[in-house]
Write a protein that binds this ligand. Sequence first.
Ligand SMILES: [Zn+2]
Length: 218
Amino acid sequence: MTSDNFRVEPAKFFRELQSRLKVLQRRASRKNKRSKNWEKAQLKVARLHHQISNTRKNFHFQTSHLLCDRADMIFAEDINFKMTARGFLGKEMLDGGFGQFRDLLSWVCWKRGKYFAQVDHKYTSQICPECGTHTGKKELTERVHVCDECGYSTSRDHASGRVILQRGLNSVVPMDCRERKLSGNGVLSGVLCLDKCRSRNANSRELEAYVCTPKESA
Ligand SMILES: [Zn+2]
């Protein structure tokens, strides 16, 4: 999800591959250890692991290029993934592969001459992008941002995307020439990867309805 309300849908084939992996792993565990069939099963599991990681990398590459097509500057949250993985988000966060994605994205940006920077991730989902008031902590299930102060409402990810964009711009562009630069910008929120996990259950179409008008990107 970006600040101009551009959403990258998580690829569906990951789920299919993952469930296939589960089946193979279960099968492999039933074989007698070190037997011929066990070896074959292990090989199948290993191959699928390889396929999954390749597919994911490919998807991240395509998404990076897609984002570079849309923007000249890209900001991402500086979430520390090792920390998060140990914390409450656990394995889901790692599965999303946001860390790898961010690395790839920064490389693609460099390759294509786009600006890439990371910004402080703290409280990005707790601040109203319109008026800057703290709206308090949101639960992960809370997918909509509604501001009591100014009445601004949009999807949670769009809101934090805009906060990230503002922070990113503050870090690179002096106040007076900011207006000029705003048009060509996109922001990547770390929430993207959360969405990969969450929107499996949640109906992401429903979220789109809360969203305000998408900006046409340059
Ligand atoms: Zn507000």
